[in-house]
Design a protein around this ligand. Structure first.
Ligand code: GLV
Ligand code: MG
Length: 326
């Protein structure tokens, strides 16, 4: 291990993160009853400019009046390049800040963007006397944000998670896609024939792999949760599940749901399977038994267990504990 200790963000379940437009208050109660781990009430791209002010008022009432049970509540503010952003923070934090756990900052481009919001949030928290420190969720969804992701991830002690915003990322990088979070079948390699007339095969690649991987590393190196963003076609559960599984395989902790039907899929994919947890528990028991017996080497089912496997087992068992406690 490095001598540098990575401070971990507060432990929160973030398997599913439900997006709820602030301009659609008829969706709020259903969202509160859902199984989503985190809900973000949106003031940004799901809300038309003419509806921004009403959406803010809707969110303030909803945070104060609806029983959101034990859900983690987040507010997606407008971007730093708009004139809405400062009032989003001032009005919602002043009037409903004590029910807010997180602020989601869209289109973060530089570490200074995070610094600016941190300054404003700190002032409001102090002025209002909010005792619970509000955390940040940062959406990485522009080429600039991806270029600066390492500095962004380290920019504030409030940072809790990085989110891959594939829709805006595609717009920013001019990637060719048709469905939000979907893949383009042109992103493929055609093998050489080898010999004249020989067979050629198409191998599809994952056009989001580099971005997902780069953001995940920046998140983990800074103790933050990596969370995968939207999958637009909510009539395609298989496509959603495949995207979620791909992110989970890389180490992502959660995925957005832009429709309630995606919540259960995210929760399922982002939870460790029960046989994995059982095996992890057996690894930890074997480790304890070996320690008690004064043995340096730990083995299970005739195989040597190394310390990396023990650390993985600890992560899985801790995740299972969080899920049970939720
Ligand atoms: C989310 O905001 C996205 O652009 O994908
Ligand atoms: Mg976006």
């Amino acid at each position: 291990m490095s001598f540098h200790t990575t401070q971990q963000a507060p432990a929160r379940l973030n398997r599913s993160e439900l997006a709820v437009p602030g301009s659609q208050p008829q969706l709020f109660e259903k969202a509160a009853q859902s199984d989503a781990d985190v809900i973000f009430l949106d003031l940004e791209d799901a809300v038309a400019p003419d509806d921004k002010i009403q959406a803010r008022a809707n969110i303030i009432s909803a945070l104060n009046d609806i029983d959101w049970t034990s859900k983690t509540m987040s507010l997606r503010i407008n971007g730093l390049d708009t004139h809405y952003m400062y009032r989003d923070l001032v009005e919602v934090l002043e009037q409903a800040g004590d029910r807010l756990d997180l602020i989601m900052i869209p289109k973060v481009g530089t570490a200074a963007d995070v610094y600016a919001i941190d300054m404003l949030v700190t002032q409001i928290e102090n002025a209002v006397g909010l005792t619970k420190k509000i955390g940040f969720e940062l959406i990485i969804e522009t080429a600039l944000g991806m270029q600066n992701v390492n500095e962004i991830a380290a920019a504030s002690g409030r940072n809790e998670s990085l989110h891959f915003g594939v829709a805006d990322y595609a717009a920013s990088t001019r990637a060719r896609t048709t469905i939000i979070g979907g893949v383009n079948q042109d992103y493929a390699v055609l093998t050489d024939a080898g010999e004249p007339g020989g067979p050629r095969h198409t191998h599809w690649g994952d056009m989001w792999h580099h971005a997902l991987s780069k953001m995940m590393i920046a998140a983990r190196a800074n103790g933050l949760r990596p969370v995968d963003g939207p999958f637009g076609d909510f009539s395609d559960p298989a496509g959603y599940e495949a995207a979620a599984k791909r992110a989970a395989a890389l180490g992502y902790e959660g995925k957005w749901a832009i429709h309630p039907s995606q919540i259960g899929l995210a929760n399922k994919v982002m939870s460790p399977a029960s046989d994995e947890v059982d095996r992890a528990r057996r690894i930890l028991t074997a480790m304890q038994e070996a320690a008690t017996a004064g043995k340096g080497a730990v083995s299970l089912d005739g195989r040597l267990i190394d310390y990396a496997s023990i650390r993985q087992a600890q992560v899985l068992v801790e995740k299972a504990r969080q899920i049970k406690a939720a």
